[in-house]
Design a protein around this ligand. Sequence first.
Ligand code: ATP
Ligand code: MG
Length: 218
Amino acid sequence: MTDQTITLALSKGRIFEETLPLLKAAGIEVTEDPEKSRKLILPTSDPQIRVVIVRASDVPTYVQYGAADFGVAGKDVLLEHGGEGLYQPIDLHIAKCRMSVAVHSGFDYANAVRQGARLRVATKYVQVAREHFAEKGVHVDLIKLYGSMELGPLVGLSDAIVDLVSTGSTLRANNLVEVEHIMDISARLVVNRAALKLKREKLQSIIDAFDRASRSEK
Ligand code: ATP
Ligand code: MG
């Protein structure tokens, strides 16, 4: 590996799948399937470019420390991370969903909020949730979870959840209803600041190709 090797951090699943067409537009093909391979470093058709497979929430961390030159992460993940050390992300218009507040269908959310009582909110997105309820002037006890947020209101852990919703079928299957839409979410390209200076030429051409291709996803 020369020091001009470029490393892209991606998470398995929808981010990986939806980034493939953007890579293709940049003339890059990932030559191994992360769902079939156990390898965490995947080669590409360009010997100077490799892909590392990390947890979705770890993508900004790899890029921040320069272990990856750039990466693709959801706006949800970037807001929780804080974006330190990352170059201004571009919106790739992929992995779209929304961040919402949901409650059990029998729970009177409007009334609970009006009464000024403390609301118990379970979520993976404590930063976004804290800001959202602070803006509304609603007092909340935040309970940090790492997954399966939908279970919270069903077993009495919380009154509400803050979670990502796309079709709403997971909410429906668990007898939950969406009561507030906090923000729209999509995946962003984040770049290590130092890498952008040191490997400008090659990185910039990939960034431009991603940008062009992603405009057609809009
Ligand atoms: P992990 O599975 O490692 O705990 P994760 O659940 O955040 O992490 P994914 O489910 O692959 O990982 O989600 C990756 C990104 O895709 C999220 O950060 C978000 O931006 C987006 N995303 C999550 N859920 C949805 C959804 N239902 N529809 C569309 N995009 C989504
Ligand atoms: Mg997931």
